[in-house]
Write a protein that binds this ligand. Structure first.
Ligand code: PGA
Length: 251
């Protein structure tokens, strides 16, 4: 059976003390709940160690938002997968459209990052999604297929068990324009079909596929009710514990 997951992606927000307070609030809120999903916090590199200290890692997973495409060496300013793992984080978000767009991360580079993250023992939340232009040109499936196959389809079945997919249509991120639950379901079902073709039905059916893009307490329930939507990757609404919990409890 696949897991439901609600993961926060704080992006480049909060100072360390602010992030620690937010993490504490989420940890408190989930502590005594019997949740129907796993909860993960995706936080800036600078926050990982401090946040790790205030969460119960068995209840709240911890993700970095990126990692380097090398393990160590003369790469000033970069943070490697083994460094992330050494903070106690158990996940890394890779391939977010902001990384692809602003920092020119290619499918090839992401393939390397995925390999290094898995090698370091991290689970990967791998993001994919089309721009509005690509959607209007009828290229949604082509874009998704290329992103997923070029960065992930070299993995073994065993490695695949550590991959979570996040479908994030770029036009829905931070814009307040959510994909309708039908639009999202259609792409999620396509992604699961792609995975089944490559890794078989069982692994495909065990893969968690998250939706991301203006997901909030008011629309989470409808999205999560769809058969192939197994949770969310949450940006803006993860910055307030109450909003984030409103999504976590949507299951
Ligand atoms: P958003 O961001 O929820 O603010 O739209 C989602 C994401 O980029 O992961």
């Amino acid at each position: 059976m696949r897991k439901n997951i609600v993961a926060g992606n704080w992006k480049m927000n909060t100072t360390v003390p602010e992030g620690v307070e937010l993490a504490k609030a989420v940890n408190e809120a989930v502590k005594n709940e019997q949740l129907k999903c796993d909860v993960i916090l995706g936080v800036p590199f600078t926050h990982l160690t401090a946040v790790k200290q205030v969460i119960d890692i068995n209840k709240v997973g911890l993700a970095a938002e990126n990692c380097a495409d090398h393990n160590s060496g003369a790469y000033t300013g970069e943070v490697s997968a083994p460094m992330v793992a050494s903070t106690g984080a158990n996940y890394v978000i890779l391939g977010h459209s902001e990384r692809r767009g602003y920092y020119n991360e290619s499918n090839q580079m992401l393939k390397t990052k995925v390999d290094l993250a898995l090698e370091a023992g991290l689970k990967v939340i791998f993001c994919c999604g089309e721009s509005l232009e690509e959607r209007e040109a009828g290229k949604v499936q082509d874009v998704i297929k290329q992103e997923i196959s070029e960065s992930l389809f070299h993995l073994s079945n065993e490695q695949w068990a550590n991959i979570v997919i996040a479908y994030e249509p770029i036009w829905a991120i931070g814009t307040g324009k959510t994909a309708t639950s039908d639009q999202a379901q259609e792409v999620h079902a396509f992604i699961r079909k792609l995975i089944a073709e490559r890794f078989g039905d069982e692994l495909a059916s065990n893969t968690t596929i998250l939706y991301g893009g203006s997901c909030k307490p008011s629309n989470a329930k409808e999205l999560f009710a769809k058969p192939d939507i197994d949770g969310g990757l949450i940006g803006g609404a993860s910055l307030k514990a109450q909003d984030f919990m409103g999504i976590v409890t949507a299951f």
